[in-house]
Design a protein around this ligand. Sequence first.
Ligand code: SF4
Length: 386
Amino acid sequence: MGTDISKFRRDLLRWYAASKRDLPWRRTRDPYAILVSELMLQQTQVKTALPYYEKFLRHFPNPEALASASENAVLASWAGLGYYRRARFLRAAAQAIVARGSFPEHLEGIRALPGVGAYTAAAVGSIAFGLQQAVVDGNVIRVLARLAALGADPTCGEGAKKVRDLAQNLLDLKRPGDFNQALMELGATVCVPDKPRCHDCPVQGHCAGFLEGKPGDYPRLPPRAATQVLVKAVVLALRGSGPRSEILTRARSSRQEAKFGASKTRLEGFWAFPEFEVPSLDFSAAEVRAVKEIRRLVGSEAPLTGRLPRVRHRITVYDIHLLPLRFFVPKSASLAPAAIKQGWQWVGLSKLADLPLASAEKKLLTLLNRVLVPNEGRGSQLGLIL
Ligand code: SF4
């Protein structure tokens, strides 16, 4: 990019003042409210997070209110937003703030709060307290790689260091919060991943990628890993009937997740149903094994009551096909000792909405809901709020 950094800052900030989206967390300097917004926006789009942000702050308007709330109350307020670990971190951060007496005003102190990494600390610190720390998130990495026509991979090693240095070098030290938000806004609305809108870009004249005529060639990322197809049978074992039905489930542990590679350990703590890999999409073969599995878990025979439609979803490089099989377990059956040791338990269907569920399990429960209460829409009398 060109060397007139002052002009770059002016062009970017002028554009931001005129074009920024009107978002509620941009109307406050309250570090707690900004922290709430930053954690919500991790892995979540702005339009999805908006109603949750307002509802969450109505329920927990300050760190004291959040710190003294029960975990279940916090999770309920977060229900539907996913990635529940963020809600737990937020509550733990509020407790840490209350314990120390005030919101930390220095980068190290903000960074020390539970769930806060380098990016979040820089965002909260610069916006709420004017700390001179550049943010580096996915949007910023993309914009800077294009502006500098960076030949290296900007997500690791030397390339990542160049991006961090460039971000800090460009930062407007008088208005770090606005500058950080402006760069992120540019990445979110103009310098977008697939087709950057260079003709609407306020810093086009500073952009080496654009001046080369190939902005889309940046960032230079390594080729994506090949997709791996995974087929799994899922046992949906139900006990009882009507609103008091229970389902066999457990929270995933890091040990179970590690079997599928480090990329999936992020599902640790999310609740899941018995599942196992099968070699093909053949439901019949999956049923034979599922019958054995349910016998192992509940120590007795349990009739298979039907198949549900196949569920397909993606996690990182995995293209996962789930074959859901529904079983009815008699009320008299108790869990086998080995199953209890492995964490399996019966949980009321109406209570599942309060537990962290990944998107695959939500899809499975939506299907199950339709089968159990065919004339009801989503959110039936079983209370599955998904
Ligand atoms: Fe991105 Fe194009 Fe602007 Fe360069 S000119 S920063 S590639 S939108």
